[in-house]
Design a protein around this ligand. Structure first.
Ligand SMILES: [Ca+2]
Ligand SMILES: [Ca+2]
Ligand SMILES: [Ca+2]
Length: 433
């Protein structure tokens, strides 16, 4: 956590903007949390900040003999040493590990899980688990999409650890409306080649595209040799390396995902406190994507998605917060002023209607992003080959236009509703310029 914080610029958000996740409640569904008791026996990282602790997998027992859940929660909001990204956020923890060590505490319909957390006040829900389905869109993926579309709940899922082959995203990480997180390397070179270059995608990180050809993961964060909270009940064998009795090292997209969840808490705090809006899930996702950094693979790319989270860029976006619902053939138009020489990144995200698990395409409502430069040059979303206005995207509910060397002057942004069968469709825009 201490190193990752600098890589994703959570430290800049803390030091320069005062963003520690205050006022945000983040839900974590995972194995368990340390002793499982919200009292003085609890790990120092969480004492006094637990809003709710639910035992869903074992009767009246939310403890963590595994170590996974405690470590994950520490990366979001641990508040002792080796702090998480949003140390002033509060925690709703849902222990889903059953007595056999599986995740039998998960309800048949994931919306039950999200609703419990929502009722406890959480508006961010992070999940470091999934099933290796090689990019398939499952009933769980569908339920995630339906919940995000209908509720103010930003839901994150780990991409999975089935890399480095392509087409290996786990479910529900294949959900359209989730923020799906892959792992890049941390910078702890004493541990060797798995943590020696922040621009390396971790070998194990699951790769896109999804089976229906969508770009996933969405964003990346460090996920190797992460130092975070250690459950007092977990054996040494649970960890990548030991540190001391309260902290230890783990790795996986499981570790990258809660880092981004903490960043989302910081970002949400910023929108509420400093930018005058309650950001919808689609805006938080658009801001993360517009701000993210290419690790050197270009776009679109199934290894890195839209790049590594770079929170200070995301804080400063120009934005439209889920507004102007569109029906088929309608459009919304905006403009902004660009400066020559300052790279331009425009992200359109919408919370699409849930797709069919048997269809070849899961996209339901097809919006298109169209950018017009001051000299009339047009760009359409996700066309990264010249000319940039002839490959229209009919698969993704994230569309980006990145212009490395913009002209100075007024750019026009159009969001066109090409086909909206389950409408009308709201959307969000985030612009780094
Ligand atoms: Ca490496
Ligand atoms: Ca489109
Ligand atoms: Ca093209």
């Amino acid at each position: 956590n201490d190193v990752a914080r600098g890589i994703v610029k959570a430290d800049v958000a803390q030091n320069n903007f005062g963003l520690y996740g205050q006022g945000q409640i983040v839900a974590v569904a995972d194995t368990g949390l340390d002793t499982g008791r919200n009292d003085s026996s609890m790990h120092e990282a969480f004492r006094g900040k637990i809003t709710a602790l639910y035992a869903l997998g074992r009767t009246n027992n939310a403890n963590d003999p595994n170590g996974h859940g405690t470590h994950v929660a520490g990366s979001v909001l641990g508040n002792a040493t080796n702090k998480g990204m949003a140390p002033q956020a509060n925690l709703v923890f849902q222990s889903i590990m059953d007595s056999g060590g599986g995740l039998g505490g998960l309800p048949a319909n994931l919306q039950t899980l999200f609703s419990q957390a929502y009722s406890a006040g959480a508006r961010i829900h992070t999940n470091s688990w999934g099933a290796p389905v090689n990019g398939a869109y499952t009933t769980d993926s569908r339920n995630v999409d339906d919940y995000v579309r209908k509720n103010d709940m930003t839901i994150l899922f780990a991409a999975g650890n089935e890399g480095p082959g392509s087409g290996t995203i786990s479910a529900p990480g294949t959900a359209k409306n989730a923020i799906t997180v892959g792992a890049t390397e941390n910078l702890r070179p004493s541990f060797g080649s798995y943590a020696d270059n922040i621009n390396h995608v971790a070998q194990f990180s699951s790769r896109g595209p999804t089976r229906d050809g969508r770009i996933k993961p969405d964003v990346m964060a460090p996920g190797t040799y992460i130092l975070s909270a250690r459950s007092s009940l977990a054996p040494d064998s649970s960890f990548w390396a030991n540190h001391d009795s309260k902290y230890a090292y783990m790795g996986g997209t499981s570790m990258a995902t809660p880092i981004v969840a903490g960043n989302v808490a910081q970002l949400r705090e910023h929108f509420v406190k400093n930018r005058g809006v309650t950001p919808k899930p689609s805006l938080l996702k658009a801001a993360l994507i517009a701000g993210a950094a290419d690790v050197g693979l270009g776009f679109p790319n199934g290894n890195q998605g839209w790049g590594r989270v770079t929170l200070d860029k995301s804080l400063n976006v120009a934005f439209v917060n889920e507004t102007s619902p569109l029906s088929t053939s309608q459009k919304a138009t905006y403009s902004f002023t660009a400066q020559a020489g300052k790279p331009l990144k425009i992200s359109l995200v919408w919370s699409d209607a849930p797709g069919s698990t048997t269809a070849s395409l899961t996209l339901v409502n097809d919006l298109d992003l169209v950018i017009t430069a001051p000299n009339g040059t047009k760009y359409v979303g996700n066309d990264f080959t010249a000319p940039y206005d002839n490959n229209w995207d009919g698969r993704n509910n994230v569309e980006n236009v990145f212009i490395n060397a913009p002209q100075s002057g007024t750019y026009t942004v159009e969001v066109q509703a090409y086909n909206v069968p389950v409408g009308p469709q709201t959307f969000s825009l985030a612009i780094v310029h």
